[in-house]
Design a protein. Structure first.
Length: 324
């Protein structure tokens, strides 16, 4: 069986001050864009942790962008074969800490059984699946700095082996007090308080419903070092790289010997948005889609983790219709 090709047909963001993925590649502007103070309110937001609310707010525009939402916001895709894949390292830490504090003060008799599901590490993916009736695989990846790209790796695999026709991939991290305590390192580096969502489909499924692919998920690689990951990713496509989305702290010259990308323009989203953790790889992919959809030349390379880390990922996006 020939592996199915994975394409991206929809992108959505819930990042303060940004309207869409194209804003990830523009200089920051004052005013406008998503506002958590108002955007995370509403009936469907009740009784949910902050990460789940951010995720839901990013998924809706992504599904709408992909043409998979009816006017009444009902999901019209193939529910039995739609997977939800979330990347979050901090996720619902606030809910877990609340439960731990309650136990410490009142013992387990002080807990509400209605709140227990909120402590599940998969609660974010669960809320998205429940909201839209998606009944395919439901997975959360929590894997440090490479987590967002790892989620896209598994999404591509689900598509390739035809385990799913559609995969909704979400990268989300909330700026909550427990998360700030956990990451406190004495610096003033801000934290991301937002989410990005991507609709990944098999090219066959997208074509059958007349959807327009925005980008092809050509390669996703995990290796022990960054140079090795980049080398493997670039072998998947013969064309030049037009944009490199780097991880914070990545030394561009350090990779010059591994691949001829030393002169490629780079964008460091973490330098602008703050510590992105598990959301980084998904945000990078969203920015790459915006670059290609805007007519950017060449392919898009994104990398997570730096040359000195013990694991690294590289992702390569290409424009639809380009030959490998």
């Amino acid at each position: 069986m020939t592996p199915a090709t994975a394409v991206i047909t929809g992108v959505g963001l819930a990042v303060p001050g940004l309207d869409g993925a194209e804003d990830l590649l523009r200089p920051p502007s004052e005013g406008g864009g998503f506002d958590p103070a108002t955007g995370l309110k509403g009936r469907e937001m009740r009784h949910k942790d902050r990460a789940s609310r951010l995720a839901l707010r990013s998924v809706e525009p992504a599904l709408r962008d992909a043409g998979l939402l009816a006017d009444d916001s009902v999901y019209v895709g193939p529910a039995p074969s739609t997977a939800v894949l979330v990347s979050a390292n901090l996720g619902n830490l606030d809910s877990v800490c609340d439960f731990a504090d309650t136990i410490a003060e009142h013992t387990v008799t002080g807990l509400s059984p209605l709140g227990l599901p909120h402590t599940s590490s998969n609660v974010i993916a669960g809320w998205v699946a429940i909201r839209y009736g998606m009944r395919g695989p439901n997975i959360t990846v929590c894997n440090g700095g490479t987590s967002g790209t790892d989620a896209l790796y598994w999404a591509r695999n689900l598509i390739a082996v035809r385990r799913a026709d559609v995969v909704v991939v979400i990268g989300v991290e909330p700026d909550t007090e427990p998360a700030a305590r956990l990451l406190a390192d004495g610096s003033d580096r801000p934290m991301l308080d937002g989410a990005a969502a991507l609709v990944v489909e098999s090219a066959e499924h997208a074509g059958a419903r007349g959807a327009r692919p925005r980008a092809v998920l050509t390669e996703v690689v995990r290796e022990s070092g960054l140079s090795a990951a980049v080398d493997v990713a670039l072998k998947a496509h013969a064309g030049p790289v037009g944009l490199w989305l780097t991880a914070q702290g990545t030394s561009v010259p350090a990779l010059a010997g591994a691949a001829d990308i030393g002169a490629v323009p780079t964008v460091d989203l973490a330098a602008r948005l703050g510590h992105c953790s598990g959301a980084l790889g998904v945000l990078q992919c969203a920015a790459g889609v915006a670059y290609l959809a805007g007519g950017g030349a060449g392919s898009v390379l994104s990398t997570s983790s730096g040359p000195d880390d013990d694991a690294a990922t590289a992702l390569l996006l290409t424009a639809p219709g380009e030959a490998s």
